[in-house]
Design a protein around this ligand. Structure first.
Ligand code: NDP
Length: 333
């Protein structure tokens, strides 16, 4: 397939360009708000065309597919324009600034008959897939709790809009809580119901939160703890799932790389679980491309993107109000 990349971003250059090319696909256009940045980006990455005019790129009938990785407030208008032009869309998380906007994108894609997906990479990881299999096959019995450790140190080159621009969708909650919400839904197969939370700024956030902790209740009665931050240089990442018959410890797994370890602990002892080490982004793009061709579904579809955003927004609301908040999925089942 031929692709239009909307947003000359870090994620596009570091991971997504390679993931798309690994399918044998071509990136024909990059669309950027800055002519200079877009042209330099295109040249650095061997892309034929750069433009600041999204409509010009969308008019290229050779391109079936659009990947949106601009700052968060631009996802809605750019994805809507792509859908209107009849393109399939792979959109970065968070899909939009509000649940209603995200739902509008998914409805528009459905009405246009195009494939629409959310780039939630963690569910594409061999470690997360192994954890899900252990839970689904009953290895730990009934799930009692899930604890997600996702406090990282935002590298200097990303310390821009994420830490100081609320209007661009900055803050750790739209950035990382959405991932934790998607991981929770992927692993447990149910949607968080109610949230209590705290958020704050601990050294980086300037007008937006850089850290949050929250507890979510699940319909099954399981409890989920989610910790995310931009300011923790040495914390490491991971998750633990505790059940009536065992526990799973997944260390170093909240990451973009195919790394980390999964350990199962039961009455029979400790077991190092074998995991696939495939590239997360190539896995996600391959599933998206297959879905475009009518084979299967994307790794995370539009509804998954709406739901992860809904949980993140509930965390922010709960922290702001100092009260428990029911997650509002905007009527999406
Ligand atoms: P960047 O800050 O690298 O890029 C965002 C935008 O900033 C670009 O699209 C570009 O604007 C502009 N920009 C970047 N560098 C320059 C520059 N040197 N000069 C001028 N403009 C510049 O953001 P990220 O790549 O970190 O994130 C982009 C999106 O991807 C976000 O929505 C984020 O949430 C998501 N993301 C997803 C990840 C995942 O694993 N799924 C991981 C990381 C990010 P323009 O659009 O005008 O070209």
């Amino acid at each position: 397939m031929r692709w239009i990349f909307v947003g000359a971003s870090t994620i596009a250059s570091q991971y997504m360009l390679g993931a798309v090319r690994a399918q044998g696909d071509e990136v024909v256009w990059v669309v950027s708000g800055s002519a200079e940045h877009g042209a330099a980006w295109a040249e650095a990455h061997d892309i034929a065309r750069a433009t600041t005019d999204l409509a010009e790129a969308l008019a290229d009938a050779r391109c079936e597919t659009v990947y949106v990785s601009s700052t968060n407030e631009k996802h809605l208008p750019q994805a809507m324009a792509a859908i209107e032009a009849g393109k399939h869309v792979l959109c970065e998380k968070p899909l939009a600034m509000t649940v209603g906007e995200a739902a509008g994108m998914v409805q528009a894609a459905d009405a246009a008959g195009v494939t629409f997906a959310t780039n939630h990479h963690l569910r594409c990881s061999g470690t997360h897939q192994a954890v899900r299999d252990l839970i689904a096959t009953g290895k730990i019995g009934n799930v009692l709790s899930l604890r997600i450790f996702h406090a990282v140190h935002l590298p200097p080159h990303l310390q821009g809009w994420r830490i100081n621009d609320a209007a661009a969708g900055g803050g750790v909650i739209p950035d990382i809580t959405v991932h934790n919400a998607d991981v929770t839904r992927f692993l447990l197969g149910e949607d968080p119901k109610t949230v209590v939370a705290q958020m704050g700024a601990s050294g980086m956030g300037d007008g937006v939160e850089d850290s949050a902790m929250s507890v979510w209740t699940m319909p099954s009665g399981a409890m989920v703890m989610s910790h995310e931050s931009f300011t923790h240089p040495f914390s490491g990442s991971g998750l633990e799932v505790h059940g009536t018959e065992g526990s799973i410890f997944a260390r170093g797994v909240m990451t973009q790389e195919p790394v980390g370890d999964v350990e199962l602990v039961t009455a029979e002892g400790r077991l190092d679980v074998e995991v696939s080490r495939h590239n997360l982004y190539e896995h996600g793009v391959a599933a998206f491309c297959a879905a475009v061709k009518g084979e299967g579904r994307p790794a995370a579809d539009g509804v998954d993107g709406i739901k992860s955003l809904a949980v993140a927004m509930a965390v922010r609301d709960a922290a702001a109000q100092g009260a428990a908040v029911d997650v509002d999925y905007g009527g999406v089942a």
